[in-house]
Design a protein around this ligand. Sequence first.
Ligand SMILES: Cc1cc2nc3c(=O)[nH]c(=O)nc-3n(C[C@H](O)[C@H](O)[C@H](O)COP(=O)(O)OP(=O)(O)OC[C@H]3O[C@@H](n4cnc5c(N)ncnc54)[C@H](O)[C@@H]3O)c2cc1C
Length: 420
Amino acid sequence: MDNPAAGPILRAMTTDCDVLIIGGGLNGPALALALAQGGLSVTVVDALAEAARVDEDFDGRAYALALASQRLLQATGVWPAVADKAQPILGIRASDGRVGAAPSPFFLDFAHGELEEGPMGFMLEDRHLRRAFLAAMAATPGITQISGETVVAQAAGPAGATVTLASGRVLSARLLVGCDGRASGTARRAGIGRTGWRYGQTALVCAIGHEKPHNGLAQQVFTPAGPLAILPLKGNRSAIVWSEREATARAIQALDDAGYLAALHERVGDYLGALTLEGKRFTYPLTLTLANSFVADRVALVGDAAHGVHPIAGQGLNLGLRDVGALAEVTIEAVRRGEDIGSLTVLDRYQVWRRFDSTLLALGMDTVNRLFSNDNPVLRAGRDLGLGLVNAMPGLRRRFIREAAGLSGDLPRLLQGRAI
Ligand SMILES: Cc1cc2nc3c(=O)[nH]c(=O)nc-3n(C[C@H](O)[C@H](O)[C@H](O)COP(=O)(O)OP(=O)(O)OC[C@H]3O[C@@H](n4cnc5c(N)ncnc54)[C@H](O)[C@@H]3O)c2cc1C
């Protein structure tokens, strides 16, 4: 990634900060907080202007945060600012469905009482999480935020790395972290390629108000065109992530609000009563994109920059926060041992910890999407049987519940709610 346009390649030991994070969306701020609380100096650069990043408008996006992710937010001090705005997920139901038809009698049903640790997770609106991250960063010594500046070049040297901003300003750090999303320029400039494909599906995303309470139940209905998630928000409101084939999604998005709601009502059914739209409607083309390496010399990738996955189980941000916990732990321990935090020896520990796990999960969700997004009668009978079997087997049910809560696997300390 040595690029003469990227400023001087560092050979001396002085840098502007320890870690420079490119991207201040969601994973970037979480990592900045974890590292700064561990005593490192961090700069976060985001292309969006400050005003756009603190916009209070409800844009309909919300996240299903697994219990382990909530613990990371608690451990980094963000949770108290959002706790009263988060809706606990008290149950999960997954079933096969068809537009206008009664739901399949075979389903998978989990109740929060089956998990001794508490609710499986929380639904939180994007606007609340984003603002809480920005406020927490502003209140944390050791973090410098630069908004409205785009990174256009980067270079690595023996003692550090430099980035050049579009304004011409050059910044240096011992480690660069790409939290710059699915089209990560940090990865591209470091020579890291990507593997992936399109799903031929588009997610229609919005928030709805409804007449009847949701009782904290998160529903996933697998229709032949793609999964429909109905996720509980505070009050009588839910977040909708509704996957359709691209052409159908275009046609639905082009409907007026009444037509859109009627199409949605047909798929949701009557259990929530009358529906209204809360805020704007969005569409996201669905793709899988995996970075071929999560690290390069003086560079690490975190969150969607490393793995952009299908939203089928609402796991994208949860995976990213696992990266945050792992990279923060590896980096802070390396500082304590007196190691160079940008060296490949240190960064490989992060890659070994996270790459296999996230690739497996990304491909797992890909398989579930392929298995369920069709109307093949043989596959339909097989998956109905599968759902019914898992539902009836306590050992398997427990594994699924712990997986949904993000409690399985080799958990970084922050995701266990412990300090590094
Ligand atoms: C429809 C849908 C529903 C989802 N639902 C869930 C869910 O329920 N639960 C869940 O866990 N996940 C969910 N996800 C996934 C989640 O939205 C993403 O995983 C998460 O937003 C990724 O955050 P990030 O910080 O890695 O990247 P982003 O949020 O994409 O942030 C990247 C940031 O980098 C900045 N940037 C980019 N390039 C540059 C540059 N050159 N210079 C400076 N700044 C730059 C951008 O301005 C941006 O702010 C969903 C995704 C979709 C599409």
